[in-house]
Design a protein around this ligand. Sequence first.
Ligand SMILES: *[C@@H]1O[C@H](CO)[C@@H](O)[C@H](O)[C@H]1NC(C)=O
Ligand SMILES: *[C@@H]1O[C@H](CO)[C@@H](O)[C@H](O)[C@H]1NC(C)=O
Ligand SMILES: *[C@@H]1O[C@H](CO)[C@@H](O)[C@H](O)[C@H]1NC(C)=O
Length: 388
Amino acid sequence: MAPALIWISLLGGLLEGLGGTEAQQTTLHPLVGRVFVHTLDHESFLQRPEHVFPVPAPVPITYHAHLQGHPDLPRWLRYTQRSPYQPGFLYGTATPEDRGHQVIEVTAYNRDSFNTTQQMLVLLIGDPEGPLLPYQAEFLVRSHDVEEVLPSTPASHFLTALGGLWEPGELQLVNITSALDRGGRVPLPIEGRKEGVYIKVGSASPFSTCLKMVASPDSHARCAQGQPPLLSCYDTLAPHFRVDWCNVSLVDKSVPEPADEGPAPGGGILEHDPFFCPPTEATARDFLTDALVTLLVPLLVALLLTLLLAYVMCCRREGRLKRDLATSDIQMVHHCTIRGNTEELRQMASSREVPRPLSTLPMFSVHTGERLPPQVDSAQVPLILDQH
Ligand SMILES: *[C@@H]1O[C@H](CO)[C@@H](O)[C@H](O)[C@H]1NC(C)=O
Ligand SMILES: *[C@@H]1O[C@H](CO)[C@@H](O)[C@H](O)[C@H]1NC(C)=O
Ligand SMILES: *[C@@H]1O[C@H](CO)[C@@H](O)[C@H](O)[C@H]1NC(C)=O
């Protein structure tokens, strides 16, 4: 039975291995500096017999995704799934260092049948076409969880609604991050409370005055005092997306930043002094004497103490002779007499003819104290007595 089981599991492993090599491959083209979202749909991982259920029952599936040959995802890619009954998402924004070719292995675990399926996602990360996006703004949307804005429909709704607050021009999603990843708290499980999500949008056209005002220091100061921010225009996102207008941040990269000219000397840097000569290399120091002192002094002290102890123990011992000499003669005589008498009594007792205690004898009756006649050697007693 057991070998058969092992064979079956070996065969299963082999088949699974074979399945792994011919895992479904999908090629995707994320762009540097643009949000990339890939939905891990249950349907694409399910191998259910077709046309069995007209409406397929929901199957709980969880996913594990990692960079091929590595235990985890690349730094720019994140994975999220709200529950096993909902699709998973791989999302993130590639940076220029990620340009090139990355292979993501996705394993789907069917939580009902314990079946696993594998898919390879080949990511060819390239540069986006079109104009740069020097004007970028980040919004904290409090009314949504990150999974709710990752699908393309809500994301495009957000961009369309935001278009009303921006100078005309194409808007692009630059980054989407769950507020939990940015220090947000998990909300209480109350209806309508969401984790919140940061959405970063970029555009080639400049910010509207309205956006600039919302992100101005005046507005932030009002927010810090608990007052509403300076929103001068109509909140076109309002009914659907609840944006925290106190947490809008704008990045304007259209003005090139002054190039770094090396570290500027700050307050802590000393003036150049022509007479200053830096200390030369430290001279070699001999630590032998230090080491010897450290070792020898305790050793010597220990030796001295040992000698002292030995002297006290061996030479200062009060011997028997000395003790006897110190004891008064009458006491010694007294002691010797008692001792002698005791010895004598002992000798007399051992030579007296006294019967041995009964209990030390081979056989006696506990109740009568009678001694039984010595047993016949049991080896010679016949087992069956002759009746005749
Ligand atoms: C996107 O946002 C995350 C979280 O704030 C950050 O770690 C990451 O660097 C951002 N990516 C880009 C390309 O800005
Ligand atoms: C499990 O997956 C294999 C292919 O990997 C498929 O042939 C089989 O039907 C699946 N079983 C179930 C219960 O889905
Ligand atoms: C909103 O921004 C303010 C300062 O701009 C910051 O102190 C606060 O933590 C932010 N809130 C969240 C939820 O990020």
